[in-house]
Design a protein around this ligand. Sequence first.
Ligand code: HGY
Ligand code: MN
Ligand code: MN
Length: 411
Amino acid sequence: MKANQERIEQHIELLNRFTSTPGQGVTRLTYSKEDLQARNFIKEKMIEYGLEVSEDGFGNIFGKLEGTSPDKPSVIVGSHFDSVPNGGAYDGTAGVVVGLEVAALFKENNVQPTYPLEIIALVEEEGSRFGGGLMGSRGMMGMLSDEDFKKLADKDGVLAEDAMLTIGLDPLKKKVRDHETIRAFLELHIEQGPILEEKGIQVGIVESIVGLTQLEVTVQGQAGHAGTTPMNRRSDALVSAAQIIGDLPELATSIGEGTVITTGRLNVYPNGANVIPDKVTFTIDIRAGKEENILEAVRRTNERIATGQEKGIHISVEEMLYIQPKFLDENIRSILKETSDALEITNCNMQSGAGHDAMVLSDFTACGMVFIPSKDGLSHCPEEWSDASDLAAGTNILFETVKRLMEEETS
Ligand code: HGY
Ligand code: MN
Ligand code: MN
């Protein structure tokens, strides 16, 4: 009853083709043509493995294998299938492919689960199209109101709801899932860092996930002529933004304990080479293992921004997402450890510096995560790569863990 490494490799490669930037990494934005291509592939595989396929009002995909006690809550395995712009072939996708492989193992070995098994493919975990992030999992668990969902739009002003309709999804379908219907959530994910590779260890068993907040800053100045406006009469939004952004790395370092701050997206308006920018929007992504460090970083960031309000410069800050550090389920972690040891797969405990859907679900159900090594620790870039043998090892661990969870009575 072992995972089929070639099939895993083939599925990763096939999903890798559904990108709007071929040759420059995976760009698969939520509700895009590429989303639809990947969605159809995932649903086709779910049907092939005997799962009952459904989608909710956000477009999250579920493949269910009924258990011998169908009224029991489901053990859910999966991850997200959207990407960052020009990202890699494994972030999120690896967890969906491994989930499909677990379902294939149940079918091929004719294993009838006691609790229902569900394979899940979540939307908009990255927030690349509609901002914030963790949208599919937050929506499914009732942490995104219908009112707020209806307001979501991409950078071109396309509403999330309209984008759903464009690819044939129905936003009127049931959105919020009763968390009593979930027994546990298991997610395999690439580590996205260098630790496992440097230690020569095959899997990481995740103990905790950093807390994170994402801010959207808008700097409003005054447009003007690049040639005729004296330097002492400018309210240059880009200079003001650049000075703030330039101070953030030192702010993170001064808090320490692994606190990180990143500005990943910046837009300049009107973006003319001979025009003094009148508006700049940029993101600030703040993460730390301790909540007090996140709060301190937000406080100091807002303090720094306040000093930028001067001479015709007005700055506003919107909090797009805030999620506390999360600790994953002890019982599941010990099953993952015992299973890894029994399969003679080298393993260690880890913290996650990346955010994951398990951060959302862990407020509602028992969650476990398994990391596999990332080559050179790279992720969120076309160079992202993981070895299919590690994906197969992770699949075997999840397969055995799912069966163990199905033997235990829910508390
Ligand atoms: O940002 C993250 O940590 C994740 O990739 N969404
Ligand atoms: Mn990611
Ligand atoms: Mn991810």
